[in-house]
Design a protein around this ligand. Structure first.
Ligand code: SF4
Ligand code: SF4
Length: 362
């Protein structure tokens, strides 16, 4: 039966899991899709058309590194022809000046460039890729020369939060109009590195002050979006703006997900865009309907006045920490799981806890 779901505004197309970098905070799953399993150009073109018909306005092309797909230009052309606003989320590695110029001609609307640090030493250490920083800076120069609207994506964590002011300066220097400074979210591979990357409460408090000052300093010059680590918040984030309400993800092999980490929830069955039209998946898929609205909520959330604000928080986080995807997000102060999260935080941020970063090699 067709539900009364809202229509999605945005689609994240994870074009490939291949990536030259090996960031320890990567949120991609432990088990990556192989190149051979990736959707073909024709599959993606069909899916972009279906997405536009379904009401999607914004297409985020991500990965892995989307530039690892040889057909990136064809995909951007197809997405623009389908009437989608196109945003490329990239580490920059693999984007030659020639490719960038062709993407510009194809009508690519926006670029989000990730940065792993403000110095070559830090960036190459975190990205696990020697020479990556210098290459990225060349790409950034070329992006500025072409005049692409640019957002810088900086993931902050225990090892680089002190560099926050320099990261903001870097964004201005590179001509970015916006910076998204997100404290690491512990999903996928990042969970392996949680104790090495978990910021301390002091670091988070200082970062909030830096951001407060920076917002007035850079007003009119740089838009700053700061995503604090939710482990230190009192209430959870409205993950995906509510499950199955505003966006969807398609993974490199065509699996359609309500959110990036949804496959970590056992018992949910996900459809593939190769087999089913996107509209059918969006409206009728049991996995999309599993946590839509408020009926699925535990009593604590169903009777709470924030239930339409945060929708009970993140299902994948409830699964990761409490082993129960139907539980109230343990970030919530009212959750019976909160003491467990506080215990984890206290353990992982002890000064003597400093494990080495674990890199994934593809
Ligand atoms: S987080 Fe790093 S390793 Fe993961 S896809 Fe992005 S650039 Fe690649
Ligand atoms: S009880 Fe549920 S709805 Fe209320 S604030 Fe906590 S997570 Fe949000």
């Amino acid at each position: 039966m067709r539900g009364m779901a809202d229509l999605p505004l945005a689609m994240l197309a994870e074009l490939t899991h291949r990536c030259p970098l090996a960031c320890p905070y990567c949120s991609n799953p432990l088990e990556l899709s192989a190149k051979e399993a990736e959707l073909s150009t024709e599959d993606w073109v069909r899916i972009f058309g279906q997405a536009a018909d379904l009401g999607v306005l914004q297409l985020h092309l991500s990965g892995g590194e989307p530039a690892s797909r040889r057909d990136l230009l064809d995909l951007v052309i197809a997405a623009r022809e389908a009437g989608l606003y196109t945003n490329l989320i990239t580490s920059g590695i693999g984007l030659t000046p020639k490719r960038l110029e062709a993407l510009d001609e194809a009508g690519l609307d926006h670029i989000q460039l990730s940065v792993q640090g403000v110095t070559a030493r830090m960036a190459d250490h975190i990205g696990g890729y020697k020479g990556g920083f210098d290459r990225k800076m060349h790409v950034a120069d070329h992006i500025a020369r072409i005049g692409f609207p640019l957002t810088l994506n900086a993931v902050m964590h225990r090892q680089n939060l002190e560099d926050l002011p320099a990261t903001l300066e870097m964004a201005v220097r590179l001509g970015a109009r916006r910076i998204e400074v997100a404290c690491v979210q512990f999903q996928g591979w990042a969970l392996r590195n949680r104790s090495a990357l978990q910021p301390t409460r002091d670091q988070v408090d200082q970062a909030k002050e830096v951001i407060r000052d920076a917002i007035s300093t850079y007003r009119g010059q740089l838009v700053i979006d700061f995503v604090p680590p939710d482990y230190y918040s009192d209430f959870p984030k409205a993950c995906m703006g509510g499950w199955g309400s505003t966006g969807l993800n398609v993974t490199p092999d065509g699996t359609v997900l309500p959110c990036h980490a949804a496959e970590t929830i056992p018992g949910l069955v996900f459809e593939n865009a190769k087999d089913k039209p996107l509209a059918e998946v969006w409206h009728d898929s049991p996995s999309f309907n599993a946590f839509r609205g408020t009926d699925w909520m535990p009593e604590l959330c169903r009777t709470c006045d924030r239930r339409d604000v945060d929708f009970g928080g993140c299902r994948c986080q409830a699964m990761a920490i409490l082993g129960d995807a139907t539980a109230t997000d343990p970030v919530c102060r009212k959750s019976p799981g909160r003491p467990l999260l506080d215990g984890l935080l206290a353990e992982e941020t002890l000064p003597e806890v400093a494990p080495d970063l674990v890199y994934r090699r593809i």
